[in-house]
Design a protein around this ligand. Sequence first.
Ligand SMILES: Nc1ncnc2c1ncn2[C@@H]1O[C@H](COP(=O)(O)OP(=O)(O)O)[C@@H](O)[C@H]1O
Ligand SMILES: [Mg+2]
Length: 261
Amino acid sequence: MAVSERVVEKAVEVRVDRVTKYFGGLVAVDNVSMDIEPRKVTLIIGPNGSGKTTLLNIISGYYKPDKGRVFYRGADITGLPPHKINSLGLARTFQIPKPFQNLTVLENMLVAARFNPGERMTASLFKARWIKTEEALVEKAFTILRELNLDKVWDQRASSLSGGQMKLLEIGRVLMNDASTILMDEPVAGVLPSLAIDIFKMIRELVEKRNITFIIIEHRLDVALGFVDYVYAMARGKVISQGTPEKVINDPLVQESYLQG
Ligand SMILES: Nc1ncnc2c1ncn2[C@@H]1O[C@H](COP(=O)(O)OP(=O)(O)O)[C@@H](O)[C@H]1O
Ligand SMILES: [Mg+2]
């Protein structure tokens, strides 16, 4: 490759390379390729059943693809278990389970960090060191909570948070584990319009302040489109359009796929 060509080559954070996933006779994801740029918000859209969640589960290691590879920062992560992928900095947010909702906001942050087995092992060896680690974790949690505007509710039970605050706490939990690429499945589903906009504003701020890369599935295009850099549209397991939000949303193929549901 000529040097001049190399200069314009875009950096790729996550590369999905011709990935296919079957469920029995059904092809849920059909030969999908994506290049996700670092420090951008990439949106994946498409009608119900088009394979978006399955693709997210493949990227984060919850499903193995039947064909194709997934790369993270150049490394082949295909088939690695979720916790390994997570420890590389590629994390998926999850709804906070019921028992955890009885914990406070701060406790939820600390528990998330505890899932880091390396730290737990070494820290438990010496009490003094353990206490230091605790202090550092609390400090880290507060730094993140301040950025997410959750510091004032640090001692409230998670169950008392608004739907929007709960989503921010889900992001906070993966940031505790030093995630630098965050995958989210419908982060503003069921969230009030003004709060939904706040969440996307926060996502943008995390891109600027923490250099986080986001890959987001979202149906509420009215909210999401103004905050994202790049869009992939899927239908029946395939990518049918990609580009700027404006380009994709005006693509007749995309409009047609939504009409067909
Ligand atoms: N675990 C599963 N077992 C069988 N079929 C599944 C499973 N998960 C998803 N599917 C099917 O795969 C297709 C894609 O689903 P999904 O990835 O959830 O789509 P989307 O998130 O775009 O709504 C659908 O037809 C769905 O019914
Ligand atoms: Mg889905």
